[in-house]
Write a protein that binds this ligand. Structure first.
Ligand SMILES: [Mn+2]
Length: 350
C-alpha cells in the first residue's frame, strides 16, 4: 500500500468542501459498516459530535453486534443499533434527515442492512473513507484518501475546518478521543505499515488535545474474556505451514466455538499473531460460519500479510475468492468446507 495508491472510486470533494457541506446540515444520520471496529466507531462519534457542536441533530446508526466498549465510548451521542443480517428500517426519501454521513466503508456489501433506504438519500449523502474499493453510487459527495491509515485521519481536517480550528491539537477532548481511537486501532497501535509521518503527527496533536491513550488501550485491548484465549489455543493447535513455511493457516470449526464458549469476534488478531513466525509472509484464519450447514458449507477467511520486498497483496489474493480489503489485511467468505477453502486459498498463494 504505497502513498500513490489511487482508489478506484475517487473523491468528488476535498476536506474543505466536505466541511462546508456538513456545516449546513441540520438533521444528520451517521452510518458505518456492521460490527463496527475502533475506526468505524471513532469516525461516527467524531463526526456526530462535530455536527452537534455546529448545532445540528446527529444520530449514529450501527449494525451490530457492537462490542461492550462501544457503548462506553458513545456516551450521550444518540444511537440506534440494528441486528446484523436484518433489513434496518430507515427514513427512505423522507425529509426526516437532510444529511446522511457514511464513514469507513463505501461498499454496499458492508451496508446491506441499510440498502433498502440508503439509495434514496444518495444525493444528500456524504461519504468519508480510506479504502481502496467502493461503490460510487453509495454517496454523490465523497472524500476518499487511501494514504490515510484510518478513516479518522481522513476526517480530522474536516472536523477541524467545521469547528474553525487550525490544528487537531485544538480539538475538544470529546472529538480528539474518537479520532485517536480510529488511528490507534487501524494501525495496530502504530505498528502496521500504514503508519506515516502524518499519522504520527496527528497522533501527537491529539495527545496534545488531551487524549488519555492508556485509558483507550485498556478499554479496547484489555477486555478479553477467558473464552477468547481458549479459542486461541484451539486456533494455534490447528496451525499448519505451507509453501515452504511462507503461508500459515489456522482453522476453526463450529465445534471450537461451541466448546470454548467463544464467539465470532474472538478471532480478531489471531491471523496477525502468527506473522511473528519468521518464515511466514501470509497468515490466514479460516473459520466456519455459524450459518454453515453440512449441505451449504460457508467459511470466512481473514488474511494478514507482512510488509517488505516480498509482500503479498492480501486484497488481490482474496479478490480471487470474491473478497477484498487492504494490501496487508483482507477478508472473504467462501461457500465451501474448511478443507476446500484452504485448498483454494493455497492455490492463490502458490
Ligand atoms: Mn478504517
Amino acid at each position: 500500500m504505497g502513498p500513490s495508491t489511487k482508489p478506484d472510486w475517487g473523491s468528488t470533494h476535498d476536506a474543505r468542501g466536505i466541511a462546508s457541506r456538513l456545516s449546513s446540515a441540520r438533521r444528520a444520520v451517521v452510518v458505518t459498516h456492521g460490527k463496527p471496529d475502533g475506526d468505524a466507531v471513532g469516525s461516527t462519534l467524531a463526526i456526530a459530535r462535530a455536527l452537534a457542536l455546529r448545532g445540528a441533530w446527529a444520530e449514529v446508526w450501527y449494525i451490530g453486534p457492537v462490542a461492550p466498549w462501544v457503548l462506553e465510548l458513545v456516551g450521550k451521542v444518540p444511537r440506534r443499533v440494528f441486528e446484523s443480517g436484518q433489513a434496518a428500517t430507515g427514513p427512505g426519501a423522507s425529509d426526516a434527515y437532510d444529511t446522511l454521513v457514511c464513514v469507513d466503508t463505501g461498499t454496499w456489501s458492508q451496508l446491506a442492512e441499510f440498502k433498502g433506504w440508503m439509495p434514496a438519500l444518495a444525493d444528500r449523502a456524504v461519504l468519508i473513507d480510506h479504502h481502496l474499493h467502493g461503490d460510487p453510487d453509495v454517496a454523490s459527495t465523497r472524500l476518499v484518501d487511501t494514504t490515510c491509515a484510518s478513516c479518522t485521519q481522513v476526517l480530522s481536517p474536516v472536523v477541524c475546518d467545521m469547528l474553525g480550528l487550525a490544528s487537531p491539537a485544538d480539538l475538544p477532548h470529546e472529538i480528539a478521543e474518537p479520532l485517536y481511537l480510529g488511528l490507534a486501532t487501524d494501525t495496530g497501535w502504530f505498528r502496521y505499515s500504514n503508519v506515516t509521518p502524518e499519522t504520527m503527527r496527528l497522533a501527537g496533536d491529539l495527545l496534545r488535545a488531551g487524549v488519555d491513550h492508556t485509558r483507550l488501550y485498556r478499554i479496547i485491548e484489555q477486555q478479553d474474556q477467558p473464552a477468547r484465549w481458549k479459542l486461541l489455543g484451539r486456533a494455534l493447535s490447528s496451525l499448519e505451514l505451507f509453501h515452504g513455511g511462507r503461508v500459515a493457516v489456522q482453522a476453526l470449526r463450529l465445534s471450537d466455538f461451541a466448546q470454548t464458549g467463544a464467539d465470532r469476534n474472538d478471532t480478531t488478531g489471531f491471523a496477525d499473531m502468527v506473522l511473528a513466525v519468521a518464515s511466514v509472509q501470509a497468515s490466514a484464519v479460516i473459520s466456519e460460519s455459524d450459518q454453515s450447514t453440512p449441505d451449504a458449507p460457508l467459511c470466512k477467511i481473514s488474511l494478514r500479510t507482512k510488509p517488505g520486498p516480498d509482500a503479498i497483496d492480501a486484497n488481490r489474493v482474496l479478490g480471487g475468492l470474491g473478497g477484498g480489503g487492504h494490501a496487508r489485511a483482507a477478508g472473504a467468505k467462501v461457500r465451501a468446507s474448511i478443507d476446500e477453502t484452504r485448498r483454494r486459498l493455497l492455490e492463490l498463494l502458490a
